[in-house]
Design a protein around this ligand. Structure first.
Ligand SMILES: [Zn+2]
Length: 215
């Protein structure tokens, strides 16, 4: 494995474990078609100050552990020659804002991309009555509504981060859509983040289907 080696800035066993988990989930998500044209990025918190994250611009179906880099919470690369993706800032924003968040997954599935565009004017997708709410940590019943925030897309990461920060009022929101772009989902670890990602994808798919059936 071609792990960063220039400085003992972090625990390499911890890094290797995080990298293996990221690669495994990323390959599965790529196989679903949720990371077209190298899109998407995936991270795990290593400590209060560091996260392991996919490097920029790689086919997510063909990642190896050498394609996972370490960044600090100010998006600076740590002990690596790799360049972080611009969207690293959205990952570290969640780690800084929520100390118990341990993993962040970002995908660009067709369902997420379309739902983001369709619901952007409302600034949210209002989900109602889904049994799958119970897949989201802290939610125990289908008898409720759940607003998944939708923010406008931007190539200016400061602007995009500020838009996200403004809509994340609830600690257990677990996700947001970016219009025409994709979904961010997170959790206490990568398994929980994945469960949240899968639950949102399913419910968004149902919403789009219901819209289509209603005509
Ligand atoms: Zn993206």
């Amino acid at each position: 494995m071609n792990a960063p080696t220039s400085a003992p800035a972090f625990d390499h066993n911890l890094y290797a474990g995080c990298a293996a988990q990221i690669v495994s989930h990323t390959r599965e998500l790529a196989a679903k078609g949720w990371t077209p044209a190298t899109a998407g990025n995936f991270s795990i918190r290593m400590s209060a100050d560091l996260a392991a994250i996919t490097i920029s611009g790689k086919d997510k179906g063909r990642l190896s552990e050498a394609d996972i880099m370490v960044v600090d919470m100010d998006n600076r690369p740590v002990a690596t020659h790799h360049r972080p993706s611009a969207e690293t800032a959205l990952h570290t924003h969640l780690y800084r804002r929520y100390p118990d968040v341990g993993a962040v997954l970002h995908t660009h599935s067709p369902t997420q991309t379309i739902a983001g565009l369709l619901y952007a004017p409302e600034g949210r997708v209002r989900l109602k009555g889904y049994e799958l709410f119970k897949a989201l940590r802290g939610h125990t019943t289908h008898e409720k509504t759940f607003d998944l925030p939708v923010v406008p897309n931007s190539q200016d990461m400061d602007e995009l981060t500020a838009s996200v920060d403004a809509v994340l009022s609830e600690p257990n929101t677990w996700g947001y859509l970016i219009a025409g772009h994709g979904l961010y989902a997170w959790g206490k670890d990568i398994s929980e983040a994945r469960r949240h990602l899968d639950a949102f994808e399913f419910m968004l798919g149902c919403e789009l289907e219901m819209r289509r059936l209603r005509g």
